[in-house]
Write a new protein. Structure first.
Length: 237
């Protein structure tokens, strides 16, 4: 564990009427204590989970379009408006790590091609691999110990089997005790990682929630057990 606490500096925010401070979960945030090596952010689209993750990346001085401290490239609208207004508490502080932003991963792969850094990613251009293969190449080759990893929807390019492979990689990094992960996800498979903390951003506040109480688990379970009935209900509504 490296990052221990995230605080929103309410006294410095000029107005809570403007985005992203108007997001209910962000507006109501005071401090968030992290107590697990793996922390998940869950919630509906627009609930603030990716916004907070991006702000953490900004404070870590990672490229907010995706990458680490040494990845310099620009992507439109990748700046973090929230980043200047949060405080991170570390023990100890680490500077190594990576911010995966699934929606701009193509731009990151192009950046790696331009600087010819393929050796750090398995020796092949990320563009010459499938989307899922490129994600797994990143996890396998770029992720090392004594670092913090911020992942925004890593399941975006991964099949169910790929998500299980990711969990294996995650576990091998977490087990020695010198890697920390904060992951925003919609995947009930990835969310199932044992001994993780799950924070829900729904209902206007950030609250810890059990895996079985997440919509991701409950809706997926209901669908799998009652597929025909479920589809009939939503398609004939």
């Amino acid at each position: 564990m490296f990052l221990k606490r995230i605080e929103l500096m309410h006294e410095d925010i000029p107005s809570f009427n403007n985005y992203p401070f108007s997001i209910p979960a962000i507006k109501n945030l005071r401090q968030l204590d992290l107590q697990s090596k793996v922390t998940f952010f869950v919630g509906e689209n627009g609930s603030g989970k990716s916004t907070l993750l991006e702000a953490i990346a900004y404070k870590c001085q990672f490229n907010t379009a995706g990458g680490g401290r040494n990845n310099y490239y620009d992507v439109h609208a990748s700046e973090s408006a929230l980043g200047e207004y949060i405080r991170l508490s570390w023990l100890p502080k680490v500077t190594n790590g990576f911010f995966l932003r699934a929606e701009s991963f193509y731009n990151f792969a192009t950046h790696i091609d331009k600087i010819r850094a393929h050796d750090a990613y398995g020796g092949r251009s990320l563009h010459k691999q499938s989307h899922g293969e490129s994600f797994l190449s990143l996890f396998l080759n770029r992720f090392k110990g004594k670092a913090i990893y911020l992942l925004d929807e890593p399941e975006a390019a991964l099949s169910p089997q790929g998500q299980l492979s990711f969990l294996k990689i995650l576990h091998e990094l977490v087990l020695p005790g010198d890697s920390q992960f904060i992951i925003a996800t919609h995947s009930p498979i990835i969310l199932g990682y044992p001994n993780a903390t799950i924070f829900s951003f729904d209902n206007g506040a950030i609250k810890e929630i059990d895996y079985e109480m997440t919509d991701h688990y409950q809706i997926t379970r209901y669908f799998l057990l009652n597929r025909k009935k479920f589809l009939q209900e939503i398609l004939n509504d």
